[in-house]
Design a protein around this ligand. Structure first.
Ligand code: SF4
Ligand code: SF4
Length: 117
């Protein structure tokens, strides 16, 4: 396992989960992910990725929501759990993410190469 894989697993485990507004996918626009996380996602054709980008949506968003839910990138997990990435529909976990963990994740975003999903 690579150092980043360990780090991602550790960070993922500290992000609280919460119930979204049923049927909502408002935050599934174009997102960035580390190359480590990208390697775990199914490959999309260039055409599919361009079509998604034109519609300002993630290429892994299907009719019934996220098609890669168990491997969704950190940013998708973090969204809604911190005031810096608040859900526009007011959904949030019972207790927000530990600010130190959120800071660690933002640092990971800054220091690790990320690409468009
Ligand atoms: S976090 Fe908010 S915007 Fe994103 S899917 Fe859930 S309810 Fe919708
Ligand atoms: S990976 Fe899934 S949760 Fe993340 S933006 Fe794409 S569809 Fe939404």
């Amino acid at each position: 396992m690579t150092p980043n894989a360990d780090k991602i697993r550790h960070l993922r485990s500290q992000i609280p989960v919460f119930a979204c507004k049923p049927g909502c996918h408002d935050c599934c626009g174009p997102v960035l992910a580390s190359t480590e996380e990208m390697a775990r996602l199914p490959r999309k054709s260039r055409q599919a990725r361009e079509a998604a980008l034109t519609d300002l949506r993630c290429p892994h968003l299907g009719e019934n929501g996220c098609t890669v839910y168990h491997e969704r990138p950190l940013v998708c997990r973090l969204f809604g759990t911190t005031p810096r990435l608040a859900c526009p529909n007011g959904c949030k976990p019972a207790a927000p993410i530990d600010p130190a963990v959120a800071q660690e994740i933002f640092l990971f975003f800054k220091e690790t190469r990320h690409v468009l999903v």
